[in-house]
Write a protein that binds this ligand. Structure first.
Ligand code: NAP
Ligand code: ZN
Length: 351
């Protein structure tokens, strides 16, 4: 075991502050990574403030961060995928049971024994729970360490590990292609990646935003149309017209307004995870045989596929790079929808 610097929250009302946390020494199948950049996901904020207490209570101290890019500094004797010096990435998972039906299909996100990157029981017993990427270094099973394609900006690549895969995976699953009308609700970290992918996959892409100031950006990011969702007239023009809508909103909102925009057999997929349940009207679903679904991150093979797709198409996240000392300020700005479009921590500021 060794100690490494990190930023942690001591309680749900504490500010994040400098801490020293334990990491295990790499086992034979582990990779040790010096973290260069870590994105700030709204899930980090939900966790630190214990907003998901009813389904996933936070164990404190909490070290969030699951959009990690770094350099390999050490590998275990049986590691074959990575070597010292490689530029690698880690997302929301750091381990699984490797043996269940889901793992054998490369759908590790559905493994009943998956280990999330933070706030999950630490099966190595190094600490009560896993600690995430707001930290100097991390030790991860090699299967959960991904290759970063050459040429991608590393700060912009970090958010691909959560915001990227969480929006790419449902678009592939529900068949976003040329000729499909695709909505993206909420232009934040996830939403702006959703727009980039919907556009790159050839969909007619419509952004729904509550922020009039984001209209021009939405178009620059790849939207064909932008709707201010508070404007009922603008919403009414799109009733019954969408094949697929990806809902990336982090807070309470009316989901029925989006179900009503679907064509028959269309799907709204929730990737946003608001604190409170969202009421659903039966009529929004049964007229048009519409579906409401959800999707969590993605498996490891698909995450590598997404990274390679980004490498080929030069897709990265639009980031505002900050030193870790500004993390508390960044959380406040995230709550005010004031981020364009992902905060990314330059971990050199911790050293
Ligand atoms: P974010 O950057 O804060 O973006 C959220 C966006 O939602 C905002 O930019 C805003 O867009 C919209 N919004 C916020 N409050 C709203 C309100 N009261 N009414 C309507 N719209 C509102 O957050 P993020 O990091 O993209 O994460 C979004 C959500 O996805 C979070 O709940 C997060 O926990 C969840 N998440 C889920 C997964 C998964 O695996 N499914 C993975 C990562 C994150 P506009 O300004 O355009 O309206
Ligand atoms: Zn995330």
């Amino acid at each position: 075991m060794y100690k490494t610097k990190a930023y942690s929250a001591a309680s749900k009302t504490s500010k994040m502050a400098l801490d020293s946390i334990p990491r295990r020494d790499p086992t034979e199948s582990d990779v040790q990574i010096e973290i260069l950049f870590c994105g700030i996901c709204h899930s980090d904020l939900h966790t630190v403030r214990d907003e998901w207490a009813s389904v996933w209570p936070t164990v404190f101290p909490a070290v969030p961060g699951h959009e990690i890019v770094g350099k390999v500094t050490k590998v275990g004797a049986k590691v074959t995928k990575h070597k010292v010096g490689d530029t690698v990435a880690v997302g929301c998972l750091v381990d699984s049971d490797h043996t269940c039906a889901q793992c054998s299909k490369g759908l590790e996100q559905f493994c009943p024994n998956a280990t999330f990157t933070y706030n999950a029981p630490d099966k190595h017993g190094t600490a009560p729970v896993t600690y995430g990427g707001y930290s100097d270094s991390i030790v991860v099973n090699e299967r959960f360490v991904l290759r970063v394609p050459k040429g991608l900006d590393l700060a912009g690549a970090a958010p691909l590990l959560c915001a990227g895969i969480t929006t790419y995976s449902p678009m592939k699953h529900w068949g976003v292609t040329k000729g499909k009308k695709v909505g993206v609700v909420g232009l934040g970290g996830l939403g702006h990646m959703g727009v980039k992918f919907a556009h790159a996959l050839g969909g007619h892409t419509v952004v729904f935003t509550t922020s009039p100031g984001k209209v021009e950006d939405a178009k620059r990011l790849g939207a064909d149309e932008v709707v201010i969702s508070k404007n009922a007239n603008e919403m009414a023009k799109h009733v019954g017209s969408f094949d697929f809508i990806l809902d990336c909103v982090s807070a309470d909102h009316d989901i029925n307004a989006y179900l009503n925009l679907l064509k028959p057999d269309g799907t709204v997929t929730l990737v946003g995870a608001p604190e409170k349940p969202l009421p659903v009207s039966a009529f929004s679903l049964l007229f048009g045989r519409r579906s409401l679904s959800g999707s969590p991150i993605g498996g490891l093979p698909e995450t590598q596929e997404m990274l390679d797709f980004c490498g080929k198409n030069n897709i990265t996240s639009d980031v505002e790079v900050i030193p870790i000392q500004k993390v508390n300020e960044a959380y406040e700005r995230l709550l005010k929808q004031d981020v364009k479009y992902r905060f990314c921590i330059d971990m050199a500021s911790l050293r």
